[in-house]
Design a protein around this ligand. Structure first.
Ligand code: HEC
Ligand code: HEC
Ligand code: HEC
Ligand code: HEC
Ligand code: HEC
Ligand code: HEC
Ligand code: HEC
Ligand code: HEC
Ligand code: HEC
Ligand code: HEC
Length: 337
């Protein structure tokens, strides 16, 4: 009896350990962001509105830019202690509020956002680092999407958060599938061009967006990809290409972009080159009568290749080698089936 209980205990323990390791090994689920507003910035609803009134007594509906629409966004949920007030983002801005010297143009607020000066403003924007520091007070969470912001391609270019985000708008374009590409295309014109080619991911159709494959805030992988490699990124949606296959095709397991281009191509489906040329970039005349090339003992035909077989070469290789991504048929060594 005792032995039985002990065995049971061991089984449970081992089971538990296995469960724990499998959780650790699997990818962390995408929980979105957990905003961690520092305690000193947390304010209750009444206090928040009182603090906002410091600014909103002057900045109201009459602004050229609809400032108050921030109350229709997640930054305006007054019941939430973590929600910023005007001053959590723009700084206390005492000099600006008081304008003690009564200047005709008041001193600028502490933090002014944006990539460049706006047409209607006489103030120049704050340095990028100061702008981003303000946002990162709350958005610099561990385990979140901005862990790789520092040193990322966009950060190194000196881009402020406000180059992509618009916080005083009811709807932030970059967060909406249908409008996100427009924001990215303002700078990435090559990708706009490619995504309008005949074969493309349904980006213009609003079904796939840049941020399905990229994390614009930085990533551990190349080219700001969400995952560590190109293939892992593609497998997010094309799981059927992951395998495992009995007969793998080496370039497929290596990198999908050996043959495909992600943003668009005039050769369907998203191919870099048209078969047979695509295949022949790596396979040098596979059906060029190898026996003749080997020659006979006397060397009479040595090195002399027979004419390439017309039934193979220059034809759609895929008519026969249809399982180009890998085969699970025991007889599929040549990716035929
Ligand atoms: C007494 C009125 C007054 C108060 C209070 C006030 N502002 Fe202003 N603010 C102005 C005026 C007027 C301007 C336009 C700049 C100018 O020409 O002087 C301005 C400009 C700005 C701008 C820049 C807009 C631009 O044109 O680039 C920002 C941002 C701003 N204020 C934020 C704030 C914040 C945040 C607060 C609260 C901490 C605040 N303001 C409080 C009057 C005020
Ligand atoms: C979450 C941070 C944040 C909060 C909270 C916030 N702002 Fe802004 N504010 C910005 C950013 C970023 C911009 C740049 C334009 C944009 O993104 O919409 C901006 C732009 C402005 C502008 C326009 C001038 C310009 O630089 O283009 C004014 C005026 C302004 N804010 C005032 C306020 C007032 C008043 C409040 C409180 C009701 C407030 N802001 C709350 C981040 C914030
Ligand atoms: C005082 C803390 C605080 C500051 C400062 C702050 N945010 Fe936020 N932010 C929040 C909170 C809280 C949310 C809502 C999160 C939620 O609901 O889970 C949020 C949400 C967001 C979202 C998601 C909005 C959505 O609709 O899903 C974006 C984008 C964002 N913030 C960008 C910024 C930018 C850019 C700045 C700097 C200009 C900034 N934040 C400054 C607290 C802050
Ligand atoms: C190159 C454009 C770009 C820049 C620069 C950028 N963002 Fe974003 N941001 C996006 C896109 C696209 C999304 C939506 C896709 C996603 O969630 O990854 C997003 C989503 C967010 C969200 C809400 C969703 C979430 O949970 O992550 C927050 C908060 C945010 N960004 C904060 C910031 C802050 C803070 C900065 C500056 C340090 C910043 N962003 C800079 C493009 C950008
Ligand atoms: C304000 C201009 C601007 C905007 C808006 C912008 N980017 Fe960028 N992006 C850049 C610059 C500049 C670089 C660095 C270019 C380089 O290194 O060749 C870059 C780099 C990148 C890279 C990495 C390229 C590499 O070679 O590693 C990717 C991926 C990318 N951006 C995607 C996006 C996405 C997705 C969006 C929209 C959510 C976006 N960008 C919005 C300017 C922008
Ligand atoms: C289906 C996944 C996917 C989507 C959607 C996607 N990309 Fe990419 N992107 C990639 C891959 C994979 C690479 C690396 C490709 C390579 O090395 O050829 C890349 C590379 C890039 C680069 C760097 C290009 C270079 O030549 O170095 C930029 C910039 C970029 N993408 C921007 C965007 C923008 C903007 C969008 C939205 C319109 C977008 N991407 C949508 C997968 C994607
Ligand atoms: C967010 C999901 C998603 C990711 C990630 C993704 N794809 Fe796609 N892919 C799609 C969708 C949706 C289609 C369109 C399917 C359709 O039209 O039936 C598609 C279609 C394709 C096609 C066929 C295009 C055509 O013209 O028929 C190819 C090839 C392709 N993807 C390759 C890739 C590669 C390579 C990657 C990695 C760089 C990748 N995909 C990543 C969603 C994704
Ligand atoms: C050796 C070149 C090559 C590589 C590498 C490759 N593909 Fe393909 N892929 C093709 C060809 C050729 C077609 C067209 C097949 C056809 O017409 O039957 C295709 C078609 C597709 C399609 C659309 C049709 C279908 O089968 O669903 C998707 C999606 C796709 N590939 C995804 C991927 C992904 C994901 C990877 C990386 C894991 C990858 N491919 C790697 C050559 C390649
Ligand atoms: C980027 C280079 C590359 C491209 C492009 C490529 N292949 Fe391959 N292919 C390889 C490599 C490497 C192997 C493994 C060779 C080996 O094991 O000897 C292979 C293996 C094969 C095999 C199995 C042969 C064997 O000896 O095991 C076939 C069949 C094949 N490829 C057909 C194709 C076809 C059809 C295409 C075009 C759609 C294509 N390949 C495109 C690199 C490529
Ligand atoms: C009519 C059907 C057919 C066509 C079309 C065809 N193949 Fe093959 N291929 C075969 C068969 C059958 C084999 C098995 C080995 C053999 O019998 O030579 C093979 C073997 C191969 C091999 C592995 C053996 C070797 O010689 O290295 C490669 C690589 C290959 N084919 C590539 C291609 C490429 C590239 C094309 C297009 C230019 C192509 N094949 C077109 C039927 C075909």
């Amino acid at each position: 009896m005792k032995f039985k209980t002990m065995m049971l205990a061991w089984c449970l323990l081992i089971g538990e350990l296995l469960a724990i390791t499998s959780v650790l090994a699997s990818d962390l689920p995408d929980l979105g962001e957990v905003v961690q507003t520092p305690a000193k910035l947390q304010i209750n609803a009444a206090e928040a509105l009182r603090r906002d009134a410091v600014c909103t007594k002057c900045h109201d509906e009459s602004e050229i830019k609809p400032i108050l629409s921030i109350y229709a966004t997640k930054h305006g949920v007054r019941g939430d202690l973590r929600t910023p007030s005007c001053q959590s983002c723009h700084g206390e801005s005492e000099a600006h509020v008081k304008n003690a010297e009564g200047k005709s143009t008041r001193p600028a607020p502490d933090v002014l956002f944006g990539a460049r000066s706006s047409s209607y403003s006489s103030f120049s924007r704050s340095p990028t680092a100061a702008q981003n520091e303000s946002c990162m007070q709350c958005h610099n969470n561990a385990g979140g999407k901005r862990n790789y912001w520092a040193g990322s391609q966009h950060e190194r270019q000196g881009m402020p958060c406000a180059a992509c985000h618009e916080v005083h708008a009811k709807s932030d374009k970059v967060l909406v599938k249908a409008t996100q590409p427009q924001v990215c295309f303002t700078c990435h014109k090559d990708q706009r061009n490619q995504s309008n080619q005949i074969s493309h991911h349904p980006i213009a159709e609003g079904k796939v967006v840049c941020s399905d494959c990229h994390n614009p805030h930085g990533s551990a992988g190349p080219k700001l990809l969400k995952k560590n490699t190109v293939n892992e990124t593609c497998f997010l949606c094309h799981a059927d290409k992951r395998g495992p296959f009995l007969w793998e095709h080496q370039p497929v397991s290596e990198d999908c972009t050996n043959c495909h281009t992600p943003h668009g191509s005039n050769i369907t489906p998203l191919l870099k080159s048209r078969p047979p040329f695509l295949c022949e970039e790596c396979h040098d005349g596979p059906h060029n009568s190898p026996k003749a090339a080997a020659g006979n003992a006397a060397g009479a035909q040595g090195g002399l290749k027979a004419a390439p077989s017309t039934s193979y070469t220059g034809r759609a290789c895929l008519n026969c080698h249809s399982m180009v991504h890998g085969s699970n048929s025991p007889a599929g060594a040549f990716l035929h089936r």
